[in-house]
Design a protein around this ligand. Structure first.
Ligand code: ZN
Length: 151
């Protein structure tokens, strides 16, 4: 299990150093801003939806390693998902980073690589960094014009 944990940490490190899908999306159908004042992370998430399915996802912004890696991995995972599947993943992810460290998060299997972030449970301040991209994505999908805050 500790090997798996190391592997997961490596995945996060890799995505924070070389973020995927870091670009503007002029033809995005949904987008939103997210701000985590606690850490100073600012993200802009773009999503392109066609026939109820996410065909492209990207992000821009500045953030710490955790928020950047989370946005990078989220945009990778969302591509090809339906909006319903995206919402489920959002719920599982939220659950994985907020389940008390003494318990096992219930849907780690469904999360795959994203389960790497369950480690932030031991660092409560980092939970908002890990979830910022997801909150922002959800706001984009709901087409809220209000900037998202993790407060
Ligand atoms: Zn952060």
């Amino acid at each position: 299990m500790s090997d798996l944990r190391d592997l997961y940490q490596e995945v996060i490190l890799d995505h924070s150093k070389k973020p995927r899908n870091y670009r503007d999306m002029p033809d995005a159908t949904h987008q939103a801003d997210g701000h985590n004042r606690l850490c100073g992370d600012k993200l802009h998430v773009y999503i392109k939806v066609a026939d109820g399915r996410i065909v492209d996802a990207s992000f821009k912004g500045v953030g710490c390693a955790i928020s950047t890696a989370s946005a990078s991995m989220m945009t990778d995972e969302l591509r090809g998902k339906t909006l319903e599947e995206a919402r489920r993943l959002y719920n599982f992810f939220h659950e994985a980073v907020t389940t008390p460290p003494t318990e096992d998060p219930p849907h780690l299997e469904e999360l795959g690589k994203l389960g790497a972030f369950s480690g932030v449970r031991e660092f409560p301040v980092r939970v908002k960094c890990a979830t910022l991209a997801w909150h922002t994505m959800q706001a984009a999908v709901e087409k809220s014009d209000e900037p998202v805050s993790t407060e």
